[in-house]
Design a protein around this ligand. Sequence first.
Ligand SMILES: Cc1cc2nc3c(=O)[nH]c(=O)nc-3n(C[C@H](O)[C@H](O)[C@H](O)COP(=O)(O)OP(=O)(O)OC[C@H]3O[C@@H](n4cnc5c(N)ncnc54)[C@H](O)[C@@H]3O)c2cc1C
Length: 417
Amino acid sequence: MSADRPRIAIAGGGLAGLSLALALKQALGDAAEVAMCDPALKRDPHGDKRAYAIAAAARRMLEALQIWGLVADKAQPIRDMVITDSRLHDPVRPTFLTFAGEVREGEPLAHMVAGGDLTGALVDACRNAGVALMPVSVESFSAHPGAIDVVTDGGVTLRASLLVAADGARSRLRDQAGISWISWPYRQSAIVATIRHARDHEGKAVEHFLPAGPFAILPLKPEALPDGRLQHRSSIVWSERSDEVPHLLQADPEDLLAELERRFGLELGEISFDTKPQAFPLSFGVARRFTADRLALLGDAAHVIHPIAGQGLNLGLHDAAALAEIVVEALRLGRDPGSADVLDDYERARRADITAMGMMTDGLNRLFSNDALPLRLIRDLGLGLVDRMPGLKRFFMQEAAGLAGGTPPRLLRGEPL
Ligand SMILES: Cc1cc2nc3c(=O)[nH]c(=O)nc-3n(C[C@H](O)[C@H](O)[C@H](O)COP(=O)(O)OP(=O)(O)OC[C@H]3O[C@@H](n4cnc5c(N)ncnc54)[C@H](O)[C@@H]3O)c2cc1C
C-alpha cells in the first residue's frame, strides 16, 4: 500500500466477498488496490452445485456489476410461489398463500441460480478488473493508527487501510477481533439436493410448512439432454429435525426416495435424485458489532439466518452493496476508508435490516415448525388473511425481493457506483 494508493484486503471469496471485491475495483480502478485472500481460490469455482434464490434487488446489483448477463440464460425465474401448511400424513396440502412472482412488469421476484455459475463469473470478472486474487488464508491481523497489517498463511504481510472479514459463519477473524456472536441452534438441519422430475414446474416455487420444518421446492432451469429432450429439475431445501437427518441420509436409497415423495408430492410426476443430498445444520447467529478497529464483517461472518425465506446470501449481497458505496464515497472524498467514522456509517446502514430479517426468519420458523393446534389455527388464519389483502401481499413481495424499507444502496437499485 502506498500513501496515494490505499489497499482494501478482503478475507473470504464466497459470493459476498467476491461481489464486494468486484464492486470496489470497478468503481475505484487504479485509485485503490483490492486484494482478495481465500484458499478456496485454488479450487474450481464452478464446483458449488447448490442453487440460491437471488432476489430482485440482488439481481439488479449483479446486473450493475455486469455479472447478470453471464448467468442469466442459466437462471430460472420464480414466476409463482405457493405456501401450504399441513402435517406430513395429511392426504392433501391446502394452499394458504400464493404470490404471482413479479415485483414489476417483466421483473420476477427472484431467480434460482447455481452457486458455481455465479462464483465462476465473479472470479473471472474480479481477475479481469484487476483484483489481486491470492489463494491463501488470512491467519491474523493487527491494527495500528492509519493501517492494518494482515498476515496470510504464506507468511506474507499485507498493509491495508481496511480488512473485510467475509470468512463465513464460523469466522475466525471475527473471534480474533473480539466481536461476540449471539447465536442459538435450531435443532434442525436442511437437506439440500437437486431433484429430477417428469413434468415442467412452470417456474413455480412451493413451500410446504410441515411440523419438522419447511420443505421448499425451488424451480431450476431444465437441462437439455443429448437426445434433445428437456430434463425438468428443482432444488429442494428440506428442513428436518437434526436427530432424524443421519437416519434419513444413511437409509436405503429407495427408502429415502419414498420419504422424499411423501413431502414432494406427485404434482411433477416421477422424481429421482440428481445430486447426492447434503445436510447443513441450521442456526441463528448475529455479531454484536459489525466493525472493529479497521475491520468490517460481511455476509455470513456478520449474520446467519434460517433458510426458510432464502435470504441469507441476499443479506450478504446487501452488505456488499452498502459497504462498497460507503468505502468508494469515502475514498472519492479523500477520507480514510478504515476510519471509525466510515465504519460507523456501515454499521448504521446494516444493523436494522439484518436484525429485522433475522427476527422475521426466526419467528416464521418458530411459528410454522410446530404442530400445536392453536398455533396452526392462528397461522392459517393469518396466511388466509394475507392472501386476501393485495396491499399486504405486495408489501411481503417487496420485502422478499429486497426492495422494501428506505432507499437501498445504489447497486441494489441497479446503478453503478
Ligand atoms: C440450506 C441452505 C440454503 C440456503 N439457500 C439460500 C438461498 O436460496 N438464498 C440465499 O440468499 N441464501 C441462502 N442460504 C444462505 C447462503 O448459503 C449464505 O448466506 C451464503 O452462502 C454466505 O456467503 P458468504 O460469502 O458470506 O460466506 P461463505 O460462502 O461461507 O464464504 C466464506 C469464504 O471464506 C473463506 N475463508 C474462511 N476462512 C478464511 C480465512 N481465514 N482467510 C481467507 N478466507 C477464508 C472460505 O474458504 C469461503 O470461501 C442458504 C443457506 C443454507 C444453509
